[in-house]
Design a protein around this ligand. Structure first.
Ligand SMILES: [Fe+2]
Length: 230
């Protein structure tokens, strides 16, 4: 993806988030120059991959297969071993109409996906076979803590305010209908390096063509700018 496209997506997303009455923490707006001056106090943000993220899932067409994310908080995967400290995460996402986040499940993260406003969020669900393919068995889902049993491949439609609990190993793919959706995610610690299992090959972090300076840093940019003195 081009950096100029990423900057444009961030500007547009920031305006949409504010228009929906949600506000991001100050570190969202630290400039690359400010990041260069940050010390150990900001380590958690970097270490736990918090902040801006834009992905085209390595498929090269963000409008078709893409997702905007901002990780507001996240613990460290190591905390899951000790079950101490921050073992939770919160993300904000924006899903456009007809924009797809491809079918995937998580090996260890359980997440609630929440429609925070806009159009409807449509989530297709499948159990996984032992071989990691789509199962044909009925799926037990919990929508706002109300349990339903639905056929494989059902599209769960979440209106603003509604949420779906996605347990470990449940395949899910989502898009928006009737307008762009601001999506919340409340989950266990998030580890995008190891925890995503896509049905078809998809990458998580796109290669970036640097055709202009970054407006704000993506979580994958920190290592280039953040060098705290030890
Ligand atoms: Fe997911």
């Amino acid at each position: 993806m081009k950096r100029s496209d990423i900057n444009a997506i961030i500007r547009d997303a920031d305006a949409f988030i504010k228009a929906r009455g949600f506000y991001l923490p100050p570190f969202a707006y630290w400039t690359p120059e400010e990041w260069c001056k940050k010390g150990e106090e900001a380590y958690e943000i970097v270490e736990n991959h918090m902040g801006w993220e834009i992905t085209d899932f390595g498929l090269g067409n963000y409008r078709k297969h893409g997702l905007f994310l901002f990780t507001v908080r996240n613990g460290n995967p190591a905390n899951l071993i000790t079950m101490r400290g921050k073992i939770y995460a919160e993300k904000l996402m924006i899903v456009d109409e007809h924009q797809i986040t491809p079918m995937h499940f998580h090996w260890s993260k359980m997440e609630d996906i929440i429609n925070r406003g806009g159009g409807d969020l449509v989530i297709q669900v499948h159990n996984a076979t032992p071989e990691g393919q789509l199962a044909t068995s009925n799926v037990t889902v919990s929508v706002d803590s109300v349990v339903q049993i639905v056929p494989a491949g059902t599209h769960i439609v979440l209106e603003p305010g509604q949420s779906l609990s996605v347990p470990v190993g449940l395949y899910h793919e989502f898009t928006a209908q009737g307008g762009r959706v601001l999506v919340g995610e409340v989950s266990m610690v998030n580890d995008d390096d190891t925890d995503n299992r896509f049905l078809d090959h998809a990458g998580r972090f796109p290669a970036i063509q640097e055709d202009e300076p970054p407006l704000y840093l993506l979580c994958t940019d920190y290592s280039k700018y953040y060098h705290p003195r030890s």
